[in-house]
Design a protein around this ligand. Structure first.
Ligand code: 5GP
Ligand code: MG
Length: 178
């Protein structure tokens, strides 16, 4: 297996900052905005975005987490099924603009499941998507990111490794390939 670095910790920091500005600009502030991170690394990224947005706007926005997972082996399989577990959304989603946050967007199936689970909680006025890494050309559903850290071309068999200091002791993204 070979490795190639995609994002350094500085790149990641800049991406989080830029996406925070993009979110604030697109929504002209943070009114009725909330974030929902997909466990586990999307959850941590959502918390980083919240911190940055709060620094910029001086206002806190609610953050929830959704436990929707694919097993590692499933990534290379076509039509894999996300497993939805109970989510922690402690705010009302009704009439909120909810931004789903995940580390990697691949086929789109996780996000589809997340949207469905989110709508079980109520009626958001809008759902958007922010991802750190957008693996272009592998979507199996009409799902695209509204905000992205980086968009990269990958082979289906490649693996993106997203390391976050909260879990891995360092911030770095690299791709592993044959
Ligand atoms: P999708 O459902 O879009 O096929 O896959 C997205 C979900 O699977 C995300 O929650 C993401 O964490 C995980 N995932 C898919 N492909 C990769 C990958 O190459 N690397 C990592 N780290 N996660 C992936
Ligand atoms: Mg995931």
């Amino acid at each position: 297996m070979k490795q190639k670095n995609i994002l350094s910790s500085q790149d990641m920091e800049r991406a989080i900052t830029r996406i925070s500005y993009e979110i604030i600009e697109a929504h002209r502030g943070v009114e009725n905005l909330a974030l929902a991170g997909i466990v586990t690394r999307g959850d941590s990224l959502a918390k980083r975005l919240r911190t940055k947005i709060e620094q910029l706007e001086g206002e806190a926005i609610p953050v929830g987490s959704m436990d929707i997972n694919l097993y590692r082996d499933d990534w290379t399989r076509i039509s894999h099924h996300p497993i939805v577990r109970p989510s922690k959304i402690s705010f009302s989603v009704d009439e909120k603009k909810i931004i789903l946050v995940d580390d990697v967007l691949f086929t789109g199936r996780t996000i589809r499941a997340a949207m469905e689970a989110l709508m079980d909680f109520g009626r958001p006025s809008r759902i958007e998507l922010a991802v750190l890494v957008d693996r272009r050309d592998h979507r199996e559903l009409p799902i695209q990111a509204d905000y992205r850290g980086i968009r990269i071309e990958t082979l289906h068999s490649d693996t993106i490794n997203v390391l976050l200091s909260e879990h891995d002791g360092e911030d770095r993204v690299f791709v592993e390939y044959e």
